[in-house]
Design a protein around this ligand. Structure first.
Ligand code: CCH
Length: 295
């Protein structure tokens, strides 16, 4: 069991956003090619795993780029995220005025905003943990996909979220894939994994009980798949089994704008866990002007 660091004197406590709008635009322009290569979902996952370590009761964890250090980097939940950190590292070198925590968070917000999701309101000012003695949060703060509704509640309530936000944030699984070598799960959730939408919810709501079957993988993990080999994790499935979660799944399946509105708010809140009070003015996350699509 590792000690949990409070915000100590070692932290980069006086970080302030010193970048002007032109430099933010430049950083956004440097993130965009990574998204264009198909890594938007990975950037979203990186930003969520940094922020999602937050514990409201002790005010520890949260988006402070602790994953740069062992043991956090090596927690099983973070498998596969090293490549995302490496892709962003050159941007940090070119723009030393941005914290790693802001860069990872911004990249996730820019990704959501630019692959068909709602335009995320994003504000700079996250401090970085500066060394491993400062950075430690215990393993087990991120959700375990093998478990169910009670586990999701204990993880997300700890961050200060409620049921509606749990379901909304779970809609991140419209994007990307699971990889056998990272997590022991395998496959895509939706037919458009590079683009945000509400298909994750339409599948759960309309297709899950009629079309999905359980499957045990070579890793020993159990997941669910339909005839086109789209998958669901056990935690995803709990969203259509738990009566409180199910109501939100129904809403998001039938009303994409309701999902986008709730995801937008919950994702911003996620990215500001424990830091909201100290953040600066909003930075535009959508690539290119004018803003089109959902905002
Ligand atoms: Fe997730 N997620 N996630 N997830 N996740 C995985 C991949 C992605 C859980 C488990 C997994 C959120 C919540 C949960 C993304 C966004 C979000 C994987 C596969 C597992 C396992 C990793 C691999 O094998 O590479 C569980 C459990 C929860 C419970 O709540 C939330 C919240 C978000 C964002 C809002 C994205 C995106 C991916 C795809 C990454 C990729 O590489 O394509």
């Amino acid at each position: 069991e590792h000690k949990v660091a409070k915000r100590s004197a070692n932290w980069q406590v006086n970080y302030k956003n010193t970048l002007d709008n032109a430099e933010w635009d430049q950083i956004k322009a440097e993130i965009q090619p990574i998204i264009n290569q198909g890594f938007g979902p990975l950037l979203v996952r990186l930003s969520w795993h940094d922020a999602g370590t937050y514990d409201a009761a002790s005010n520890t964890g949260g988006p402070h780029a602790t994953m740069r250090f062992a043991p956090v980097a090596n927690y099983e939940a973070n498998n596969g995220l090293g490549s995302a950190r490496n892709m962003l590292a050159p941007i940090k070198s070119r723009h030393p005025g941005i914290s790693y925590a802001d860069l990872w968070s911004f990249a996730g917000a820019v990704a959501v905003s630019n692959i068909g999701g709602p335009t995320i309101q994003w504000r700079p000012g996250r401090n970085d943990a500066v060394d491993s003695s400062d950075s430690l949060t215990p393993d087990g703060r991120l959700p375990d996909a093998d478990l169910g509704a009670a586990h999701l509640r204990s993880i997300f309530y700890r961050m200060g979220f409620g049921d509606r936000e749990i379901v909304a944030l779970s809609g991140g699984h419209n994007l990307g894939a699971t990889h056998l070598g990272n997590s022991g799960y395998d496959g895509l959730w939706t037919s458009n994994p590079g683009s945000f939408g509400n298909e994750f919810f339409t599948r759960l709501n309309n297709d899950f009980f009629s079309n999905y079957q359980t499957e045990t993988l070579s890793s020993g993990k159990t997941q669910y798949h339909d005839s086109s080999n789209k998958m669901m994790l056990p935690t995803d499935v709990s969203l259509i089994q738990d009566p409180s979660f199910t109501g939100f799944v129904q809403t998001y399946a039938s009303d994409k704008n309701a999902f986008y509105g709730d995801f937008k708010a919950a994702f911003q809140r996620l990215q500001e866990l424990g830091v909201g009070g100290g953040l600066g003015s909003p930075v535009e996350t959508r690539f290119g002007v004018p803003t089109t699509g959902h905002d």
